[in-house]
Design a protein around this ligand. Structure first.
Ligand code: NAD
Ligand code: ZN
Length: 372
């Protein structure tokens, strides 16, 4: 029994793509699920990583994990949202493991099953099938939102205010929440603090904006692309370093004396992560957020860490509780203090492969695909 038939979704049928727009059908939402009419979906590196099976997701699959849309129908147990509500879709989590119970759903022990298995984790079923009725892998980040309809779980739909521009909001569900949350939730950057973002892509620039919004007074952005550094300045960076020309650790020491209070790496390059640790002042903390190659090993000066009481840790999805954090980011945006619209370029649904190519070439920081 289908809730909607014959609508458009982007299906990846082979490793490396392309995204092919096909006609698909979607089931009714289960008890704890929400059927969403998708308005627009952001595109993030993780979509490409899944398209290329660097993460072992099963194909054929419908990807897309930064969806925004309008609730069309809800399962019988759902009270959090109702038909007509505006929602942002985010990562899924089990709600039952220890990190979930401790208020860290981004650190869910079952994160892979809930976000990357291509099926519902409870019964292995799919919400989507092709027009030939053959099941499609889906449930990507509990949504698979590169389609006109998506089913999410009550745990990964976030109700948002209706006066915010819905088509812009999807990226808050992953990339932007990751950079901003790392600064605001995980590192706890505060007023008067110093912060360095190593990597000024969508994640790094979101961190820069969050640090500025919270009142950090010395904010470095480090990248090798000068246009990104110019944008970083507009978004609140007080200092920028092109690390192709200058040594960022030297520049940071020259400006701050002892180093920065906080740093974040979104490049995933181990030599850059090492610099993020070296650039910390004593007792400073650095977060690793960028995805490194499988098996990458980090070379750190142990005595620098020990004697200077530095910490270096991983952070996933900004350690965010999405139902709490995403509405806060929207309030900050509407107050003019978190201008993430400056990162965005919109594409029509049939330009989805162009959007992916522009993202991979670094031409576009954050593509959003208009779907509905
Ligand atoms: P991006 O490619 O837009 O940003 C990376 C930036 O690093 C680019 O601007 C690039 O020019 C810069 N860079 C490359 N080499 C550099 C160097 N040697 N020194 C300084 N800068 C350099 O990507 P993004 O969308 O910002 O995502 C960043 C990373 O975060 C990706 O690896 C992504 O998969 C990961 N990510 C992680 C999480 C998480 O929960 N941990 C969530 C979302 C994304
Ligand atoms: Zn969990």
């Amino acid at each position: 029994q289908f809730a909607e038939r014959g609508f458009r979704a982007a299906v990846v049928r082979q490793k490396g793509g392309p995204f092919r727009i096909e006609s698909v059908n979607i089931t009714q939402p289960h008890h704890n699920e929400v059927l969403v009419r998708v308005v627009a979906t952001g595109m993030c590196h993780t979509d490409m990583v899944a398209r290329d099976q660097i993460y072992p997701v099963p194909h054929p699959i419908v990807l897309g994990h930064e969806g925004a849309g309008i609730v069309e129908a809800v399962g019988e147990n759902v009270t959090k949202v109702k038909k007509g509500d505006h929602v942002v879709l985010t990562f899924h989590s089990c709600g039952a493991c220890r990190p979930c119970q401790e208020g860290h759903p981004a650190y869910c022990e079952n994160f892979n099953d809930y976000n990357f298995s291509g099926a519902r984790p409870d019964d292995g079923s799919h919400a989507l099938c092709g027009h030939d009725q053959a099941p499609l892998n889906d449930r990507f980040f509990g949504q698979s939102s590169f389609g006109a309809y998506a089913i999410a779980n009550v745990r990964n739909v976030v109700k948002v205010r209706k006066d915010a521009p819905l088509e812009l909001l999807g990226p808050l569900g992953c990339g932007i929440q990751t950079g901003a949350g790392t600064v605001l939730n995980a590192l706890n950057v505060g007023p008067g603090a110093s912060f360095a973002a190593f990597g000024a892509g969508a994640v790094g620039l979101s961190a820069v904006m969050a640090a500025a919004a919270v009142g950090a007074t010395t904010i470095f952005a480090i990248d090798v692309v000068s246009s990104r550094l110019e944008l970083a300045r507009q978004l609140g960076a007080t200092h920028v370093v092109n690390s192709a020309d200058d040594d960022p650790v030297e520049v940071i020491r020259a400006v701050t004396g002892k180093g920065v209070d906080f740093a974040m790496d979104s490049t995933g390059i181990t030599s850059v992560i090492r610099n993020a640790a070296l650039a910390l002042r004593p007792t400073g903390a650095a977060a690793i957020v960028g995805a490194s190659k499988p098996g990458a090993v980090l070379d750190l000066d142990v005595n620098d860490l020990m004697q200077n009481v530095k910490s270096v840790r991983g952070v996933v999805e900004g350690d965010s509780i999405p139902d709490v954090f995403i509405p806060k980011l929207i309030d900050l945006y509407l107050a003019g203090r978190f201008p993430f619209d400056k990162l965005v370029k919109f594409y029509a649904f049939d330009q989805i492969n162009e959007a992916a190519a522009d993202s991979e070439k670094g031409v576009t920081l954050k593509p959003i695909i208009r779907i509905g």
